[in-house]
Design a protein around this ligand. Structure first.
Ligand SMILES: Nc1ncnc2c1ncn2[C@@H]1O[C@H](COP(=O)(O)OP(=O)(O)OP(=O)(O)O)[C@@H](O)[C@H]1O
Length: 310
């Protein structure tokens, strides 16, 4: 549905995007993750056709954003980071204005506005001036304008930024509900958000895509070895020494009464550990492998682990 090929973007001396490539399939939900200034907004603005790339090509639904900008705009609903809302318009008037901009036939305006206001649950504020709405409701109106015309693709730039925790949950739930029949790119620098909503994550750092995968395979790819967490009853110092001597064990840390055992790439020490502890009479109470959280992945990706993913 979306194809980004070798896209670069320069702002004068500043290279904001350094030749990025990715594809988004129909109906996919992509999380676009990166720290501030990584190039998320720039990428989204290029996909929506708001700014041109310096070089490279973007296609949406087969249309080139540069050669067929109107066809692309029709396919996309865009929620910019700071949606341009008109504070002195009522919600209804503003959405009607957007429907006009999007060339929705006049006789369909009321039906379309009703549909969108229903989906986004803003019918109760339809006659309020936008300036009198809470930040959460303003963001809903921003989402509503993106949905007018029922576009196949939604591009949402940090849709929950600046909202309070309750509003964040509401907006995330709305996006989740929309995700059943739309192709969505959602940018964020909040990792659990992406983890919760996206099926695939693109991680961008300093204008380069440093990883793209599902949250769980990213975690697997990044793990240097397994981290095994084990709770064992008995003399902790003695047990630690015994584990350290097992084949394949790289490091053992004792945290809150449990052993975190780091192993090499191929090491699976669970069986050896079991027999050894049984032999010594130390019962294993619990044993599990721990997944890296997206937060940890992200920290690794953007700091010392960049090389691992290339
Ligand atoms: N119009 C512009 N002129 C000059 N530099 C720009 C312009 N827009 C963006 N940049 C720079 O390009 C880089 C990428 O910016 P971009 O806004 O795409 O990042 P981002 O990942 O969306 O970050 P944020 O979360 O802060 O919005 C940044 O270093 C930014 O300062």
């Amino acid at each position: 549905m979306i194809e980004v090929k070798q896209v670069t973007k320069r702002y004068g001396e500043k290279v904001a995007l350094k030749g990025i490539n990715f594809k988004v399939g129909k109906g996919e939900i992509i999380g676009f993750l990166g720290p501030n200034g990584a190039g998320k907004t720039t990428t989204m603005q290029i996909i929506t056709g708001y700014i041109p790339p310096t070089s490279g090509e973007v296609k949406v639904g087969g249309f080139d954003t540069f050669k067929n900008p109107l066809d692309v705009k029709r396919l996309i609903g865009y929620l910019p980071e700071n949606p341009p809302l008109y504070p002195n318009m009522t919600v209804y008037r503003f959405l009607k204005f957007i429907a006009e901009l999007k060339d929705i036939p006049r006789d369909q305006h009321d039906k379309e506005l009703d549909r969108v206001m229903e989906v986004i649950s803003i019918k109760d504020v339809r006659n309020r001036l936008i300036k009198n709405l809470s930040k959460g409701y303003k963001q809903r109106v921003g989402l509503a304008q993106a949905l007018i015309g029922d576009p196949e693709v939604l591009i949402l730039d940090e849709p929950t930024s600046g909202l309070d925790p309750r509003q964040i949950i509401e907006i995330r739930n709305l996006i989740k509900a929309l995700s059943t029949d739309k192709t969505i790119i959602l940018s964020s620098h909040i990792l659990p958000e992406v983890n919760m909503i996206a099926e695939r994550v693109l991680i961008i750092n300093e204008g380069e895509i440093v990883a793209q995968d599902t949250p769980s395979s990213l975690s697997r790819r990044l793990r240097h070895g397994e981290v095994l967490q084990v709770e064992i009853d008995g003399d902790k110092d003695q047990i630690k020494k015994e584990i350290e001597e097992l084949d394949g064990v790289k490091q053992v840390d004792l945290k809150e009464g449990k052993f975190n055992i780091e192993t090499g790439h191929k090491g699976d020490v669970r069986r050896n550990l079991f027999f050894k502890m049984a032999e010594l009479g130390y019962p294993i109470l619990e044993m599990k492998t721990i997944d890296l959280s997206l937060e940890e992945i992200f920290l690794q990706l953007t700091t010392e682990e960049e090389e691992v993913l290339k």
